[in-house]
Design a protein. Structure first.
Length: 534
C-alpha cells in the first residue's frame, strides 16, 4: 500500500507541476501572439496597393488560375514559388478580397514572433530574454512594411521557414536527430519563399561556434560541423544559381567602392532606424554622391565602428555575438539589391525583417547585462515594447492605400518621382485622367528617363483616345527600359485600338516574354488572335 500511495503521490505532484508549467508557458506565449495581432488587426481592412500587388496578384495569371508554373518561372525577377503559392491559396478561397491576404500576413507575423520565442529559449535557455526579444520583434515599426504590405509576404514566409529550420537544427543537435532532415526541408522552403534565406548556413555556423559545437582546434568537431552543414550547402548553391539567373539588374552598374560605401550607409541606416524608430518611409533614395566625401557616409562609417567596438567589449557574451552576427549575415543579401528599375535605393524597411531578430537579441542581452537587476530590465524593456507598439500601430495607417502611402513618401522626400508616379497611377485607376497626367508629368520633370512614368503618361493619352501621343510616350518608356512588360502591353493596346492586330500580337508576346504571368497580356493576346482571323 505504501508503494501504491507513494506512486499516486508522485503522479499527482507531476500533474500539478505540469499544469503549472503549462499555465506559465501559456501566459508567456499569449502576449507574444496577441501583441502583433492587436497592432496590425486594422490592416485587414486595407486594400491592395498599385505597387507590386498588381504585378504579383491582380495581374498574375499563375495566381489567378492556380497554375503550377510558379515553380519554374520568376516573378518576373525573383524566384518565389512558395510565396506565389500562398497567394494562390488566398485567391482560391477568397478571390481578390484583400481581407484574407492581409489576415494571412498578420498570422504569419504572429507565428514568427512565437518561433523567435521558441528559438531563443532553445539557444539561451532563458525565457526572459526570449520573451522580450519576441515582443520587440513583434512590435518594432521597422517591420510594419513587411506585415502591412501584401507583396512583402515573401519576407514573412521566408522568415517562418528560416526560423523553423533553425529550431529543428538546434533540436537535432540536442539529440533529436530524426528532425535534421526536416531542418533541411524548411531551409529549402525558406529559399523558395525568398532566396535571401540562403545565408542560414552561415548563421548556423555562428550558432555552433558560440555554442561550443565548433572548435578550430578540434579536428573531430570540425568534421562533425561539416557533416551537419553539408546538406544545407547543396541546395544553397542551387538557389544561388537560380537567383543569379533571375536578376535582370545587378550592382554591376555601381563600382565596387560604391557598393561598399553604400553597404556601410545602408547598415548604419538600419541601425539608426532600429534604435531611433522615427521617419519611416516606403522609399529611401541613395545618398548623392556615393563617395567618401559625403558626410552621411562618413557618419555611417563612424556609427558602424562605434557599434563594432561595443560588440567587441561584450565579445565574451556569446549570445550578444550571435545577435550581432545574425544581423550582419541576414542583412548582407540586401547589399546586392540597391538597383531598382526606377533608380538606386539605399534601403527598404522590409529588408530589415530577418536582421531585426538578431539586432533585438543583441539589444536585450546587452541591456540585461548593463542593468543586471531583472526587475529594472523588465521595466525598461517593457516600456520600450509599449512605445514601439504605439509607433507600429501609428505607422501602419499609411499602408491603407497607395495614395496615403506615397503622400507620406512625398512628405519625407518631396522630390520622389516614384511617389508622384504611383499616386498618379491611383488617379488613373479611378479614371481621373487630368490629375493623373499632371502627376506623371511632374515625375518625368524630376527624372526625364523614368520609364514607369513615361508608360503611365502614354496610358493616359491612350485612354483619352490620343493614340499618337500614347505611342510616342510608350516608345520612350521602352527605350528607357526594354524590360518593362506593362509598356509593351500598353503599346499593344494602342495598336489594338488602331486595328493593327499583328503589331498588337507582337507587343503582347513581348510583354509575356518578360512576364509570363501577365494576366491582361494573356487575355488580350487571345482576343487579338481572334480579331486577326475574322
Amino acid at each position: 500500500m505504501f508503494h501504491v500511495s507513494s506512486f499516486k503521490f508522485h503522479v499527482s505532484s507531476y500533474i500539478v507541476y505540469s499544469s503549472k508549467v503549462t499555465r506559465k508557458t501559456f501566459l508567456i506565449i499569449l502576449p507574444v501572439i496577441l501583441l502583433p495581432v492587436l497592432i496590425y488587426a486594422r490592416t485587414a481592412s486595407y486594400g491592395f496597393l498599385s505597387w507590386d500587388d498588381n504585378l504579383l496578384i491582380g495581374e498574375n495569371y499563375s495566381v489567378l488560375n492556380f497554375s503550377p508554373s510558379v515553380f519554374w518561372t520568376y516573378d518576373p525577377e525573383l524566384y518565389i514559388p512558395m510565396t506565389l503559392l500562398s497567394f494562390q491559396i488566398n485567391y482560391a478561397f477568397s478571390g481578390a478580397n484583400p481581407f484574407w491576404f492581409h489576415i494571412t500576413n498578420v498570422v504569419l507575423h504572429a507565428g514568427n514572433a512565437l518561433l523567435v520565442y521558441i528559438l531563443i529559449t532553445l539557444i539561451l535557455k532563458n525565457k526572459f530574454t526570449a520573451f522580450f526579444t519576441a515582443l520587440i520583434f513583434a512590435a518594432h515599426p521597422i517591420n510594419t512594411e513587411a506585415v502591412a504590405w501584401v507583396s512583402a509576404r515573401k519576407e514573412l514566409l521566408s522568415a517562418f521557414f528560416f526560423l523553423g529550420s533553425f529550431i529543428c537544427y538546434v533540436k537535432a543537435g540536442n539529440g533529436i536527430r530524426k528532425i535534421y532532415s526536416l531542418s533541411v526541408i524548411f531551409f529549402i522552403l525558406a529559399m523558395m519563399s525568398k532566396v535571401t534565406a540562403i545565408v542560414l548556413p552561415a548563421v548556423l555556423a555562428v550558432h555552433d561556434y558560440t555554442n561550443g559545437n565548433f572548435n578550430a582546434n578540434s579536428k573531430a568537431k570540425i568534421i562533425s560541423f561539416m557533416r551537419r552543414i553539408a546538406l544545407f550547402l547543396i541546395p544553397a548553391v542551387i538557389f544561388a544559381v537560380i537567383a543569379f539567373v533571375g536578376k535582370s539588374q545587378a550592382v554591376a552598374e555601381l563600382t565596387i567602392i560604391q557598393v561598399l560605401l553604400l553597404a556601410a550607409r545602408s547598415a548604419a541606416f538600419y541601425l539608426q532606424k532600429f534604435f531611433v524608430p522615427l521617419n519611416f518611409s516606403a522609399i529611401y533614395p541613395a545618398p548623392d554622391p556615393i563617395s567618401i566625401g559625403n558626410p552621411a557616409i562618413v557618419f555611417s562609417i563612424i556609427t558602424i565602428t562605434t557599434l563594432s567596438l561595443l560588440a567587441f567589449v561584450f565579445r565574451k557574451n556569446r549570445f550578444a555575438i550571435l545577435g550581432a552576427c545574425w544581423f550582419v549575415i541576414t542583412l548582407s543579401p540586401s547589399f546586392l539589391a540597391y538597383m531598382r528599375s526606377n533608380g538606386i535605393s539605399m534601403a527598404a524597411d522590409r529588408y530589415a525583417y530577418m536582421p531585426s531578430i538578431g539586432l533585438t537579441l543583441f539589444f536585450v542581452v546587452i541591456a540585461s547585462a548593463i542593468l543586471k537587476n531583472r526587475k529594472y530590465s523588465s521595466a525598461f524593456i517593457g516600456a520600450i515594447v509599449i512605445l514601439l507598439s504605439f509607433a507600429a500601430f501609428s505607422r501602419s495607417k499609411v499602408w491603407a492605400n497607395s495614395e496615403a502611402l506615397f503622400t507620406d513618401v512625398l512628405q519625407k522626400n518631396p522630390s520622389s518621382y516614384v511617389a508622384y508616379n504611383n499616386i498618379g497611377n491611383e488617379y488613373l485607376r479611378k479614371g481621373d485622367l487630368d490629375d493623373a497626367r499632371i502627376l506623371f508629368e511632374k515625375a518625368i520633370s524630376l527624372k526625364p528617363d523614368f520609364a514607369d512614368a513615361l508608360n503611365s503618361l502614354g496610358a493616359v493619352y491612350g485612354k483619352a483616345g490620343k493614340y499618337d501621343m500614347a505611342e510616342e510616350y510608350i516608345l520612350k518608356a521602352i527605350e528607357s527600359n526594354p524590360n518593362l512588360a506593362d509598356a509593351h502591353f500598353n503599346l499593344g493596346g494602342v495598336y489594338f485600338m488602331r486595328n493593327e492586330f499583328e503589331k498588337a500580337i507582337g507587343k503582347y508576346k513581348a510583354a509575356l516574354k518578360i512576364n509570363p504571368h501577365h494576366e491582361h497580356a494573356l487575355r488580350q493576346l487571345k482576343i487579338a488572335n481572334e480579331k486577326l482571323v475574322q
